[in-house]
Design a protein around this ligand. Structure first.
Ligand code: PEP
Ligand code: MN
Length: 281
């Protein structure tokens, strides 16, 4: 099974050894940002609000992370919303807030960019570019982040196969940037009990086929607070390098994804259980 990716494109058969593949590079890629390391032998919990809403919101969340020894803050400022009438994010103002709070607390930041023309602006404020599920197939964006020197968190497309996912990452490496992390965030299936279907098998397959860090976004894959914990444990047990979870000081009034975000007390309990499970190290 290992190596199937390199064989699937018949026209390339035997000629191409993908840059993302274990055959090209056997050792794990480790992403280093400031003092934080993602991948390798340690796990990473990435947490933060769906959308950046205010400085106070980020301070509350960032302080909760810091108090637990966690360092990676997520928050969307350019938001890919299904409806044009939904909150679209604070844009550059939101990124500025993230930088301010992260600098004060010593955190690393992740935020989504939706087009290549947002790269220069975002690069001034954030440490890691997120490419969202809806843009996994935006090849011009993949090429453009490939030409930067910032790490990229690439989300699996809503209905992308693992091969398509890995080839999307290949675009980034091919254009010069090997600091790429993959994140499974659920795929569209017929199931309606969850927002998406968490494809846990993606984790061991991606770990086997690629040398890139593999994470699991338990919030967007499930859309339900009540099963975040077992899904996070499953992700770690399956070999994920980390987990992403959405948290918010007041989820009921969140401007996006209110239903799936943990409040601070819930986050505390979530983290304690993950930590006590012995799966996270
Ligand atoms: C997000 O993480 O903010 C997000 C929009 O997720 P996804 O692209 O996975 O839907
Ligand atoms: Mn969200």
């Amino acid at each position: 099974m290992k190596g199937w990716l390199t064989l699937s494109d018949k026209s390339q058969q035997g000629k191409l050894r993908l840059l993302v593949s274990r055959e090209h590079k056997s050792e794990d890629t480790i992403i280093k940002v400031k003092k934080t390391v993602i991948g390798g032998s340690s796990h990473t919990l990435i947490a933060g609000p769906c959308s950046v809403e205010s400085k106070e919101q980020l301070e509350t969340v960032g302080t909760a992370l810091k108090n637990k020894g966690l360092r990676v803050l997520r928050g969307g400022a350019f938001k890919p919303r299904t409806s044009p009438y939904s909150f679209q994010g604070l844009g550059e103002e939101g990124l500025k807030m993230m930088k301010g709070v992260a600098d004060d607390l010593g955190l690393v930041t992740i935020s989504e960019i939706m087009s290549a023309d947002q790269i220069d602006t975002a690069a001034k404020y954030i440490d890691i570019f997120q490419i969202g599920a809806r843009n996994m197939h935006n090849f011009d964006l993949l090429k453009a982040v490939g030409q930067t020197n910032k790490p990229v968190l690439l989300k699996r497309g809503l209905s992308a196969t693992l091969e398509e996912f890995m080839l999307a990452a290949e675009y980034i490496l091919h254009h010069g940037n090997d600091q790429v992390m993959l994140i499974e965030r659920g795929i569209r299936t017929f199931e309606t009990a969850t927002r998406n279907t968490l494809d846990i098998s993606a984790v061991p397959i991606l770990k086997q086929e690629t040398h890139l860090p593999v994470l699991v976004d338990v919030s967007h894959s499930t859309g339900r607070k009540d099963i975040l914990l077992p899904c996070a444990k499953a992700a770690l047990a399956a070999g994920a390098d980390g987990v992403m979870v959405e948290i918010h000081p007041d989820p009921q009034h969140a401007l996006s994804d209110g239903k799936q975000q943990l409040n601070m007390a819930e986050f505390q309990a979530f983290w304690d259980e993950i930590y006590d499970s012995g799966l996270y190290h």
